[in-house]
Design a protein around this ligand. Structure first.
Ligand code: ATP
Length: 301
């Protein structure tokens, strides 16, 4: 169940997902800073991106190489749209390489491919840039995970940090408001990564923090009410796990007894699981509940 950004009164940081295992972690980290963030497919259309009216767009990492045929990318016209609408863009790992490649620079297979712990040093620390709070020469440990690396920057970009092996670790074009980090600031293995994200969002992008988890309940209930309408009923396949339990609880708060939860005894449940789940829902959560049984090959389970 996705949050409806229109129901949220906060700047939106939109994450375009290119398949990194860390993409959802970026979303979570940003939400922990009280800023609303949402993750959508990296190959979304420009109109789908524009409709969400983001203040910042983050291009995630991913397992691809920009040189592979059909490697995913942001839609054509995206950089121009971002500039025209004063949207700040940050590329992380593959996202940085996409920016470089698509804006006229060059990415090549790295001589020393970097995976794991790496030290980077700040090459240039202009006021209000990615490392605006640091001094030139400052060092920090980060988490790298890339085979390709930047060979030539597009016009207007500069390197602001390098790895201890000399690879480009961070770039920016402050005039166009395009930024890139070759490492993953969102993982705890980059101890200063959260501070970098915080500085970037609040000092560089000027994002306002006003979102918190308590808002989610009200927003979700409103979205569900609008979706279901005044008379329709909803069926929820309820396993007793976290996902369907949260979904059922929210929908029940929104539409009450027009929700019908169905638990399927598929014959492969744990010992007394059916009794436990039924009891929890009827006694503790007060959810209207029905049992169902499935048959396989004519045999009742
Ligand atoms: N025994 C069951 N009875 C009813 N619905 C089920 C049952 N098992 C699974 N489902 C439905 O299929 C969805 C996906 O099931 P899966 O086992 O992949 O768990 P999940 O995605 O982790 O969700 P959950 O945390 O709710 O178990 C569940 O969220 C639920 O809607």
């Amino acid at each position: 169940m996705a949050l409806d950004p229109k129901a949220v009164k906060s700047d939106l940081v939109l994450i375009l997902d290119f398949g990194s295992q860390y993409t959802h972690l970026i979303t979570r980290r940003i939400r922990s800073l009280s800023v609303f963030s949402l993750c959508i497919s990296g190959t979304s259309t420009l109109s789908a991106i524009a409709e969400l009216n983001p203040r910042v767009v983050i291009l995630s990492g991913g397992p691809h190489s920009v040189h592979t045929v059909d490697s995913p990318s942001f839609p054509s016209g995206f950089p121009e749209w971002a500039q025209e609408n004063d949207v700040v863009v940050l590329g992380i790992c593959y996202g940085l390489q996409l920016i470089v490649q698509r804006l006229g620079g060059e990415v090549q297979v790295g001589e020393k491919q970097e995976y794991g712990r790496m030290e980077i040093h700040v090459d240039s620390a202009p006021a209000r840039g990615l490392f605006g709070s640091k001094r030139v020469g400052d060092k920090q440990v980060v988490w790298m995970s890339h085979g390709d690396e930047v060979a030539r920057l597009p016009d207007g970009f500069e390197v602001v940090a390098r790895s201890q092996q000399g690879a480009v670790a961070a770039i920016e074009n402050r005039a166009k408001r395009f930024y890139g980090l070759q490492y993953h600031p969102e993982v705890t293995h980059s101890p200063e990564g959260m501070e970098t994200l915080r500085y970037f969002l609040f000092e560089v992008c000027g994002v306002t923090a006003g979102w918190n988890m308590e808002n989610v309940l009200d927003e979700e209930i409103k979205v569900i009410k609008d979706t279901v309408g005044l008379e329709d009923h909803v069926i929820c396949a309820l396993s007793g796990g976290v996902d369907s339990t949260v979904a059922a609880t929210l929908v029940h708060k929104a539409i009450g007894d027009r929700l019908h939860c169905v638990f399927v005894d598929n014959g492969l449940l744990r010992y007394k699981e059916r009794e436990r789940v039924v009891e929890t829902f009827e006694r503790d959560l007060h959810l209207p509940f029905q049992n169902a049984e499935v048959t396989v090959n004519g045999l009742k389970h």
